[in-house]
Design a protein around this ligand. Structure first.
Ligand code: PLP
Length: 392
C-alpha cells in the first residue's frame, strides 16, 4: 500500500520539511544540558501536584475524569485572568481560551489564520517549534532580524512600504516573542512595541504575541503588546510551562471574543481537563507571586553565573546579548556551530546550533543557544568550560 498517496495535499507538502525536533538529539544522562529550555528540576512542584490530584479526587470523586471535567477548570480561567491583569492585560472570560500549552495555542492560531497563500512575518531568529508549526500551513514568510532591542521594526516597515509600492501581497500576521525572546533572550523596547502596533494598524495585520517567558524578568519588566493594544489586533499566547511545569500542558490564548470563538471551534477536546483542574487546585494551594519571585531569583543567579563563565572560558572573539529575563543566552562564535555540536557532546555538554532558529538556516551558522534554566550553577560553569575548550 502506498501510504503517502492517502495524505492530504498540505500534509504531503509539510512532510517535505525537515522532521520536527531535529535540534534535540538524544543526550546521555551525564551530558550537561545547556541546550534544554526546561525549568530547573528542583523547582518542579511534584509534591504539591500530587497533593492537588489527591485533593481534587477526594473532593470531586469521578467528576474531573469525565469529558466535561471539573468546575475547577473555570477557576483556572479566573486564576489566569488575574495573572494577566497584574501585567496590565484586562481580559474577560470570553476572551480567553485554555489550550494544551502554548504550542497548541500557536497551532490553533495557525490553523484558523493561515492558508497556503498566507504570508507570515517571523523574527530572525525565532522559536524553532513555532517555525515548524507555521511551515505545516504555508511556505510564505518574511524574516525580519532581531537585535539586542528586539524585532527591528524599522526594517519591517521598509519591507511593508516596498511591498505595498510594488503591489505585492501584505502579511496577515506577525509572530513575535517580544519579551525574553527564544532564542536571543532579548526584549523589544517600548518604542518598538508602539511602532509595531502602529504598523499592524496601518498595514492591517494581526500580531501573535508569544509571551511564554513574560513573567520571568530579573529587574525591569516590559508591558506586553496585548496591554498596549487598543484595536484587538494582538492574539496573546501564554503558558504555565516555564513557571509551573511543562508536562501539565497548560497554555492559553487571550484575544477578542470573535477570535476565541473561531479558535474554540477547532480545539474540540484536544486539551486536558484533568490537568486543568489539577492546576487550578495547585494554584489555589500556593502563593504564585512568591513562586514566580523564587524562579526569577534562581534564573537570575544562574544567568549571571553563565555570563561570568562565558567571559572566563570562551574565546575573546565570542559575543552575546545580556538577557534581562527568560531562559536563554544567544552566543555568536567564529565557527559553524552545527559542526561543533558533535565534539561538544563528546566533551559532555550540549547546546542548540543557531541554524534551527532561522528560516534560512545559513543565517544561523555562527550562533548557538545556551540555556541557564535547567543545569545548576556548578554544572553551568563546568558546561561552559567544556564548551570553551571545544571552541578553542
Ligand atoms: C517562545 C516559546 N513559545 C512557546 C513554547 C512552548 O510552550 P508550551 O510548553 O506551553 O507549549 C516555548 C517552549 O520552549 C517557547 O520557548
Amino acid at each position: 500500500m502506498n501510504v503517502e498517496s492517502f495524505f492530504s495535499k498540505s500534509t504531503k507538502e509539510a512532510l517535505q520539511n525537515d522532521p520536527p525536533g531535529e535540534w534535540m538529539p538524544a543526550l546521555p544522562d551525564e551530558c550537561i544540558r545547556l541546550s534544554s529550555g526546561y525549568p530547573a528540576p528542583h523547582l518542579m512542584p511534584d509534591k504539591e501536584i500530587k497533593a492537588a490530584v489527591a485533593r481534587l479526587l477526594e473532593e470531586e470523586k469521578d467528576q474531573p475524569l469525565h469529558y466535561l471535567g471539573s468546575p475547577k477548570m473555570e477557576k483556572l480561567k479566573e486564576q489566569i485572568l488575574d495573572r494577566l491583569s497584574i501585567r496590565g492585560m484586562n481580559v474577560s472570560t470570553d476572551e480567553l481560551l485554555i489550550t494544551a500549552g502554548a504550542c497548541q495555542a500557536i497551532d490553533l492560531i495557525a490553523r484558523v489564520l493561515i492558508d497556503d497563500e498566507t504570508l507570515v512575518v517571523i523574527e530572525a531568529p525565532t522559536y524553532m517549534e513555532a517555525l515548524e508549526i507555521f511551515k505545516n500551513y504555508t511556505n510564505h514568510f518574511i524574516s525580519i532580524p532581531v537585535d539586542e532591542y528586539g524585532l527591528q521594526t524599522d526594517l519591517l516597515e521598509e519591507v511593508l512600504v516596498e511591498r505595498k509600492e510594488k503591489g505585492l501581497s501584505l502579511p496577515r500576521f506577525l509572530y513575535t516573542i517580544p519579551t525574553f525572546q527564544n532564542p536571543t533572550g532579548t526584549t523589544m523596547t517600548e518604542e518598538r512595541r508602539k511602532h509595531v502596533l502602529e504598523l499592524s494598524a496601518k498595514y492591517n495585520f494581526l500580531i501573535l504575541e508569544d509571551d511564554a517567558y513574560g513573567e520571568l524578568h530579573f529587574d525591569k519588566h516590559s508591558t506586553p503588546l496585548k496591554a498596549m493594544d487598543t484595536d484587538g489586533r494582538v492574539l496573546h499566547v501564554g503558558s504555565l510551562s516555564k513557571v509551573v511545569a511543562p508536562g501539565m500542558r497548560i497554555g492559553w490564548i487571550a484575544a477578542t471574543s470573535e477570535f476565541i470563538t473561531a479558535l474554540a471551534w477547532f480545539k474540540k477536546d484536544l486539551d486536558h481537563p484533568f490537568a486543568q483542574a489539577t492546576m487550578a487546585v495547585y494554584l489555589e494551594s500556593i502563593d504564585m507571586q512568591e513562586r514566580v519571585e523564587t524562579l526569577r531569583a534562581t534564573y537570575q543567579a544562574n544567568c549571571s553565573v553563565l555570563l561570568s563563565a562565558l567571559e572566563q572560558y570562551l574565546p575573546k572573539s565570542a559575543s552575546w546579548y545580556v538577557p534581562n529575563g527568560g531562559y536563554f543566552v544567544w552566543v555568536k562564535v567564529t565557527g559553524d556551530t552545527s559542526e561543533l555540536l558533535a565534539p561538544a557532546l563528546e566533551e559532555g555538554v550540549s547546546f542548540v546550533p543557531g541554524k534551527y532558529f532561522f528560516l534560512d538556516q545559513q543565517d544561523g551558522t555562527k550562533y548557538l543557544r545556551l540555556s541557564f534554566s535547567y543545569a545548576d550553577e556548578k554544572r553551568i560553569v563546568e558546561g561552559v568550560k567544556r564548551l570553551g575548550s571545544v571552541l578553542k
